[in-house]
Design a protein around this ligand. Sequence first.
Ligand code: A2P
Length: 291
Amino acid sequence: MVMNLFKVAIEIGYRHLDGALVYFNEHEVGQAIREKIADGTVKREDIFYCGKLWNTFHPPGLVRPALEKTLKTLQLDYVDLYIVEMPTAFKPGDTYYPKDENGKCIYHQTDLCATWEALEACKDAGLIKSLGVSNFNKRQLELILNKPGLKHKPVSNQVECHPYFTQPKLLEFCQQNNIVIVGYSPLGTSRDASWVNLKCPPLLEDELLASIAKKYNKTTAQVALRFNVQRGVVVIPKSFNPVRIKENFQIFDFSLSETEMKAIEGLNKNTRFVELLMWSDHPEYPFHDDY
Ligand code: A2P
């Protein structure tokens, strides 16, 4: 059996586990959590599991069944955080990437407020502790925040965030509204040409990050992660390698000076690694706006 890297991560000290239906790993994550509870390493309440509502389950009647499917796969009673993975609805159903005869993705009319109300009901039913979103721009966040009769605010917005894409405006807006930014691709992605914008140079080869890393006897990855954590951005680095999973956790025994933080902020290129251009003609494609 392939080593369950989630168990390794929990042993190292990770508590926030970022999953999703369309990562096709909920079975493995759930098993790791249950085994680590069973062997006494953690209690359920120590773990913070984030699940995601996929684009084909936005219609209100599909929200709870999608969540229940996730809970069943995880074999858990609740998720700590459940987020709208993207603001872009696709044709509803179990085909996660619905395509027409020309191979083009079939979109669906998006009503983020209606989806949100269905999520609020799931929270009220005890299936979710907190609600959040992902890949939402300011306008889309405001749509939820200003929804008449809003019961539960989004607590977080998971977006790309790292020294080459620091999100200063969205971060400020979210901080003003008590929304935590959870930064995905905090190490600059795997640079897989099939979905990554490779015009942006490799983050982990950055000279400034390398020189700061040398000073602290850390790696560029650790400096990139520390930068975000120190400015209040949650990081969810991805690695399939136990040594690097451990390395990415060892960021709490040093801190960057104010000058270094400013210098790293100055690396911002305002270019995304994750542009999701294949969906850029969706009416709710989030990345046309400035932020
Ligand atoms: P691997 O799985 O072989 O460790 P991101 O979190 O920004 O999406 O980055 C994920 C990519 O970064 C993966 O390709 C992962 O490869 C690599 N990675 C993860 N941790 C480190 C690290 N500490 N140093 C270098 N590369 C890393």
